[in-house]
Design a protein. Structure first.
Length: 443
């Protein structure tokens, strides 16, 4: 037993495989719940919050104000990455992930309790902002730990892309459940959805958190971190050390996410604003299209992660960058036909372009950092992108359309993000076929 309470356990191959499967389930279910919580907010922001919390603004200004609150969650994510990255590298992946799940879930339930502007005036928006920040902090510490929980049980590097893609599966699956919950309560509550029906999907989070905690409490710490502890290589302040020793990797892993995260929030959240206010499509039509998008996405994300094991993490990601740079123009050309079937197709397939990047991304980022700094480095690189990519994307898209009254500048914005991702990825080392046995020696 070490001084931080982790037992280094030798496991037979059969036991190892059993714990690997449990770790995969725990990481996948955990990320599904976390992303349900975080992405639900994005969907409801586009449909409800502008009208409910900023009622005296014009429609376009109300949307901008609502997405400003939405952005606060992304500000919280790097903060959470620093806090929980530190503890994930100090006390372990498992304990940290239990805390992040609780924080995010309870914050999500709290969103459903916030009174509207009609009840408490501007204090409703202030409460939303604070809760969104707390939610972002929880999510900021979740992703890195979930990826490591799956990846660090791998015996070789031949299937790390596949294993790491399962926590990635949790994002589109959570997105599917979030939109399904909104659609169901939209149908059940009808015209009352805008006044109180939107709250119920947030309340469902407490049930999901209970399930996630039950699963995570039953797993073991990863063999890689156990070995780091056994050989007394735990860093005192890992967040500081990763900036001292691997600053380039932190910067590059943040930049490479631009073509994945920025379009992801345009295709998955901002589409409700564009679809209802510009294209004239109904809320339920778009929700169904996005549900199909999510299904296609969570099928493809594991496939793209698995492909990266065969053609290389970098190669797969760079292919995704090129696809995304072109797809942005195709996407808006299809949307702007305003033909319902064509619009539905564009929305439905857009998630696959994002998942071409998202599948290999987890292993590509995590393998860029040494094991004793990996939770901190992986979390910071991934979550810093929230400030430059995901958080501003709906706001930028709204502002560009308001300024130019055309979708073309938004497609150009997506293409520029793809170029940035391509360059950043080219500068990283590809560890697809590298020997990882040293990780089990705590180096």
């Amino acid at each position: 037993m070490t001084d931080i309470g982790i037992t280094v356990q030798p496991l037979s191959p059969a036991e190892h495989d059993r714990h690997l499967r449990r770790a995969l389930v725990a990481s996948t279910v955990g990320t599904l719940i976390e992303w349900y919580d975080f992405l639900l907010y994005g969907t409801v922001t586009a449909l409800v919050f502008g009208k409910l919390f900023f009622p005296h603004s014009s429609p376009i200004i109300g949307v901008l104000e609502a997405f400003s609150v939405f952005f606060i969650g992304f500000v919280g994510r790097p903060i959470g990455a620093a806090i929980f990255g530190h503890w994930g590298d100090r006390i372990g992946r498992k304990a940290t992930l239990i805390v992040t799940l609780l924080i995010t879930g309870l914050a999500t339930v709290a969103v459903g309790l916030v009174p509207s502007y009609a009840s408490i005036g501007v204090w409703g928006a202030i409460l939303l902002t604070v809760i969104r920040l707390i939610q972002g902090i929880g999510v900021g510490g979740e992703w890195g730990g979930s990826v490591l929980l799956a990846m660090e049980w791998a015996r070789t590097n031949k299937n790390r892309g596949f294993l790491s893609s399962w926590p990635q599966f949790g994002a589109p699956a959570g997105f599917f459940l979030a939109n399904l919950a909104v659609l169901v309560f939209s149908w059940l509550t009808g015209p009352q959805f805008l006044s109180w029906g939107w709250r119920f999907p947030f309340f469902l989070s407490i049930i999901m958190v209970g399930i996630g905690l039950w699963i995570r409490l039953g797993i073991l710490e990863t063999p890689v971190f156990q070995r780091v502890v056994q050989e007394e290589r735990v860093e005192r302040v890992p967040v500081v050390e990763v900036f001292k020793r691997q600053p380039l990797q932190v910067a590059l892993t943040a930049i490479l996410r631009l073509p994945e995260q920025a379009p992801g929030y345009i295709f998955g959240a901002w589409i409700f604003t564009y679809g209802t206010q510009v294209l004239g499509m109904s809320r339920d039509f778009l929700l169904i299209a996005v549900l199909v998008q999510a299904v296609a996405a969570f099928i493809w994300v594991v496939c793209s992660g698995t492909l990266s094991d065969h053609i290389g993490r970098k190669n797969m990601f760079m292919i995704g960058c090129v696809v995304m740079g072109i797809f942005g123009f195709v996407y808006f050309a299809l949307l702007d036909t305003k033909i319902p079937g064509v619009v539905f197709l564009a929305v439905a397939v857009s998630g696959m372009a994002v998942m071409t990047l998202y599948g290999p991304e987890a292993a590509l980022i995590a393998e860029s950092f040494t094991p004793r700094l990996r939770y901190s480095g992986t979390s910071l690189g991934y979550q810093l992108a929230s400030i430059i990519a995901g958080g501003p994307a709906p706001f930028i898209a709204t502002a560009l359309f308001a300024a130019f009254h055309s979708s073309l500048p938004i497609a150009i914005y997506i293409a520029l993000c793809a170029v940035c991702g391509l360059v950043a990825t080219a500068l990283l080392t590809d560890y697809t076929n590298k020997d990882i046995s040293a990780e089990y020696r705590g180096v």
